[in-house]
Design a protein around this ligand. Sequence first.
Ligand code: SF4
Length: 223
Amino acid sequence: MSPPRRKRLSPAEKARIQEIFDRFAARTDHPRTELEFHNPYTLVVAVALSAQATDKSVNKATQKLFAVADTPQKMLDLGVEGLTPFIQSIGLYRTKARNVVALSQILVDQHGGEVPLNREALQALPGVGRKTASVVLNELDIEPAIAVDTHVYRVAHRLKLSAGKTPDAVERDLMAIVPAPYLTRAHHWLILHGRYACVARKPKCGDCLVADLCPSRELFLGA
Ligand code: SF4
């Protein structure tokens, strides 16, 4: 993969961004996804199931599912009908069940039952879009990527790391400004920060680790 294009920043802005990520790193050096998985295949399935669902709800379903089916062949043996009861507490479960079985079939037929660890082949799998592929490649330390979900999008805007209007635009901005050594971990830090501190409705600015570096702080403290 070609290295991300870097953006030229003023020294003050560069120092601010460096400090934000230094603090995230000092607090949680090795952040990982909160989704539970046992191997690259269960990671792909868990991430695919997590679209428009919480990690907690996915983990609850996959604890039982992965005990029965943790390989593409076992998932095929289960089939859509067998898989559905495990995941019906998760949103869009019918489509997700079809996609998981279809992607398992492709893995068996075309990849020897293994998950191909490159973006192009991953995104060719049913139900695996750019965001899912980014999460998988990043989690397995194969390719630095910043998948932009609702938390990352919100935090990036509030911290004025991006003014992008789409997830792809925010991702491009972040890849261009996050200090290079932090690129593989930034995704998790931003999600965790959005999930537990910079929450959507009432961000906890009073307890925020990076409050003094945040241009939006006054907005919320004054609210
Ligand atoms: S100061 Fe408030 S708005 Fe800014 S990042 Fe922290 S929690 Fe979010």
